[in-house]
Design a protein around this ligand. Sequence first.
Ligand SMILES: Cc1cc2nc3c(=O)[nH]c(=O)nc-3n(C[C@H](O)[C@H](O)[C@H](O)COP(=O)(O)OP(=O)(O)OC[C@H]3O[C@@H](n4cnc5c(N)ncnc54)[C@H](O)[C@@H]3O)c2cc1C
Length: 484
Amino acid sequence: MSKIVILGAGISGHVAAAHLRRKLSKEHEVLVVSPNSNYQWIPSNIWVGIGRMKSEEILFPLPPLYKKKNIGYKQALVTTFHPEGDTESASPFVNIKYVNGEQKGNTEKVTYDYLINATGPKLAFDMTEGLNPGTNKAYSVCTYSHAEHAWHALDDLIQQMKQGKKAKILIGTGHAKSTCQGAAFEYILNVEQELRRHNVRDQAEVIWIANEYQLGDFGMDGVLLSYGDNIMKSSEMVEMVFEDRGIKWILGAGVNKIEDGIAHYETLDGEYKSETYDFAMLIPAFSGHGFKAFGKNNEDITEKLFKGFMLVDADYTAKPYEEWSVQDWPETYQNPSYKNIFAPGIAFAPPHAISKPRVRKNGTSISPAPPRTGMPSGITAKLVADNIIDTINGKKDLHHKGSLGNMGAACIASAGYGMTKGSGVSITTYPIVPDYNKYPDTQGRKLGKTFGEIGLAGHWLKLALHYAFIYKAKMKPFWWLIPE
Ligand SMILES: Cc1cc2nc3c(=O)[nH]c(=O)nc-3n(C[C@H](O)[C@H](O)[C@H](O)COP(=O)(O)OP(=O)(O)OC[C@H]3O[C@@H](n4cnc5c(N)ncnc54)[C@H](O)[C@@H]3O)c2cc1C
């Protein structure tokens, strides 16, 4: 009998738990430890942030589902990792702290045979002075509660605009190293459309601010894509969309301080600037959670498990950007020191930046960190689950492999809500990490498999995916037939 402990019930943790439980017999234990007892379909937060969906439509409670499916659940945070056990026992364990109910505040040792760290990112608002969702007129859509809060503030501003107020709306990245530009991109387009729907667009200046060197970088160094019969750069595609919608942009901006209605930022050419606003949505930096790991005698072994995020089978050798290659990216998400620990989704440490790092004269690096979107998070979680199942069944090697360098990702950015007036910008990229050796003439990506589309169909697809993925997450009949 084996015990598999999964830390986190986001996209990757939940996918891993579902596949493990479906494929492993009952004698094996599957236990999830996560602080939020709700599952949330994060991509639809964008629609909560414009008031077109309620939080309840994008979430559901996990405990009844886990009970029904025989998956253990503890509403707790992991605090420390002990992969060698301690002086009392050699069994590996993690320390957890309950965050709710009668046990709130209590700690517990949770032992495991296999550990899946699917704790995603820490939303590091604290890395930008004054950036705290709901203060200084700055908001976030990274969680459903943040998104709800953002919508209340935006709605309030729209009501004031209906009374004649002129307003400036600033949306983008809130730190020099933020990632997840795609979410901010979706949000700015949705907000812009809502302003039109409420007949207040003329009173608003809508501005994109980002750490990207060029529009459409998305932390992937941009992409060259097929668009209808044409070939275009993602920078041209995004510029076309922004021009069309009258959205202005500020690029190469490392936002470093937020005051009430003012975003301060550094630029790549060394200037210090600021932008005022009436409403801002700025994506924070994503960091590791700062976990500590301890050895058998309680010695600090954090560097064997973490480099910010968790260390896995990537090549982390320090090299100049130009010397990194697609082969440096991990394939099994297994920790090299402790073979029974895995980190799929956002929880693993990326070996290097994908976008060319750009450093301004004083040394501040202003460039997006690599994105890890939902599709690769689900795929890597499933392959980790499959490898654990195979190992339990006696297979020696890890057969299931998938690198972001040989995996594609489809990303449909909502560009406006509505069955007839909605829109979506779909960008499918293959591979996610560019392979400049295989595709030297097309900026590291395969044309045809890397393509973009804009239009109403994108909105329908995005909405269909919302329902399909919530169906899948609820583990309804034949859920496993829906791909990650
Ligand atoms: C607004 C927004 C929109 C997005 N839209 C899209 C999109 O359209 N398409 C797309 O592909 N991707 C999108 N993404 C990205 C996508 O949401 C992520 O790729 C995905 O959520 C990553 O999954 P994950 O499981 O690694 O991390 P998460 O989903 O962040 O899950 C992490 C889990 O770990 C838990 N946790 C945290 N700390 C601890 C701890 N100490 N102990 C135990 N558990 C812990 C958390 O509570 C959470 O349950 C979007 C992201 C955002 C923020």
